[in-house]
Design a protein around this ligand. Structure first.
Ligand SMILES: [Zn+2]
Length: 204
């Protein structure tokens, strides 16, 4: 990495990520859950998120972090696994819609390769690098800005569930390097067992 990572305060995220968080909250906790989250936010953040969230527009990464932390504190019992569930919910929404062929193929590698095209559109600045380590171990490296706990953990939840949606079993995603602890990048190691072969068609 030759370009130093900028502080999160100078990084931006697409509204679609924030809109997916709202959908996660409304689906899981109802509209009153969303109102609770809004009420827990500082006034400036509340104003920004109260109206319509435009998917294609840029918002500050700190606003995303405030939102995620408010969801975790207010509705998630302050349990960081809430961030995993947020990421998984994003995968559930995005994948079947954006990459139906990848989900249908039941080949996690096909899906992860397809994500390469889309990943760079969601944060700015960001550098995304993909590596196929083995047929069941894929590495995604993000750099560009210094991340935060909700972002890193929700990314783990996203990749985990994305591979599961494609039939991958025993999925384990770890961060082998993290910008939060001074690393040059957020490096996600995505490992799984291959999908079971489809059984023979049943006569009925
Ligand atoms: Zn990280």
């Amino acid at each position: 990495m030759t370009t130093p990572n900028v502080p999160a305060a100078r990084a931006k995220v697409r509204g679609i990520i924030l809109a997916n968080r709202r959908t996660f909250v409304v689906t899981t906790y109802g509209e009153e859950g969303w109102q609770e989250v809004l009420a827990a936010l500082p006034p400036q953040a509340r104003t920004k998120l109260s109206g319509s969230i435009r998917g294609g527009e840029w918002y500050g990464v700190p606003l995303n972090e405030q939102l995620d932390r408010a969801i975790c504190t207010t509705l998630g019992g302050n349990d960081p696994s809430t961030y995993l569930r947020m990421g998984a919910a994003s995968a559930e929404r995005l994948l079947p819609e954006a990459y139906p062929f990848a989900v249908g193929s039941r080949q996690p590698l096909v899906m992860l390769r397809a994500l390469r095209q889309g990943g760079a559109r969601h944060w700015d600045p960001i550098v995304v690098e993909h590596q196929e380590v083995t047929p069941t171990h894929y590495r995604v490296r993000f750099s560009g800005f210094i991340s935060n706990e909700p972002n890193c953990v929700s990314n783990i939840g996203f990749f985990t569930h994305a591979v599961e949606l494609c039939g991958g079993r025993d999925v384990v995603v770890t961060e082998s390097s993290c910008t939060r602890s001074g690393g040059a990048e957020d490096c996600y190691e995505i490992c799984w067992e291959p999908p079971l072969p489809s059984g023979p068609p049943r006569s009925g």
